[in-house]
Design a protein around this ligand. Structure first.
Ligand SMILES: C[S@@+](CC[C@H](N)C(=O)[O-])C[C@H]1O[C@@H](n2cnc3c(N)ncnc32)[C@H](O)[C@@H]1O
Length: 223
């Protein structure tokens, strides 16, 4: 038993920068995503990692997503990955409180040739916007906005999702801060609360993935 524990510990130390880079390079981004990422950098937006984007695409494809809601549009990197995983007529509703970011994302979707009817780009406060979206009408809801609003985001997501739908949170490990009990800042505590709440909620089945800065993915099993 002790040997097995030691072996597990040895394997877990393989979480090196080289491995993370390897995972990100596994599904390289094309020129359009690359340009969107650079556009984001120019306006101070940190886009999802390439591996996070690829996972979003994969999840959307896996569940045949037609309706996806996103909080934290940024320059449209995560949005473009999602659109590429969704059904060909699927619609992405994406919210950001910064006009400049919404504009950058529009450029990303235009350059990628995404038909305008496939994206609803909304500049506004996410919780206000989410509260106006229809119950059980969404297959996947992705959050990459304000971590301090995580609990309220989860509450809205459970209302918006159909049974079997997925709620996904980026930055679920917050650069290592979530796993470190010494970190007590408000954003870290909010994310820690979120991941504990999702584990303890019988309506959903969560998994925590060490992809990018951590992804919390939970499937809605019951109302
Ligand atoms: C990490 S970036 C999103 C990146 C984007 N998901 C991507 O990968 O391309 C976070 C975004 O959330 C927005 N944001 C942060 N806090 C917010 C809040 N309280 N309300 C609305 N948007 C917020 C920021 O304007 C920013 O565009």
């Amino acid at each position: 038993m002790q040997d097995r524990r030691r072996r597990r510990a040895t394997i877990s130390t393989d979480d090196t920068a080289a491995s993370r880079q390897f995972v990100d390079d596994y599904r390289p981004e094309d020129d359009l995503l690359d340009a969107a990422r650079r556009r984001g950098e120019e306006i101070g937006v940190t886009s999802v990692s390439p591996a996070t984007g690829a996972t979003l695409q994969w999840l959307a494809q896996l569940i045949g997503a037609r309706a996806v809601a996103e909080v934290g549009t940024g320059a449209g990197v995560s949005g473009l990955w999602l659109l590429r995983g969704m059904a060909a007529d699927g619609v992405l509703t994406t919210v950001d409180d910064e006009t400049e970011n919404t504009r950058a994302a529009r450029q990303t979707f235009n350059e990628a040739g995404v038909p305008t009817q496939r994206v609803r780009l909304i500049t506004g406060r996410p919780l206000d916007v989410l509260s106006r979206l229809a119950d059980t009408a969404y297959d996947l809801v992705f959050f990459d906005g304000n971590p301090q609003e995580s609990t309220r985001y989860l509450h809205e997501a459970l209302r918006l999702l159909r049974l079997g739908g997925l709620v996904v949170f980026d930055d679920a490990l917050a650069g290592g801060r979530v796993a470190d009990p010494a970190q007590r800042d408000a954003a870290t505590i909010a994310v820690r609360t979120l991941i504990n709440d999702t584990r303890d909620d019988d309506r959903i089945r969560p998994v925590l993935l060490p992809v990018g800065d951590g992804m919390l993915v939970a499937q809605k099993l019951a109302d």
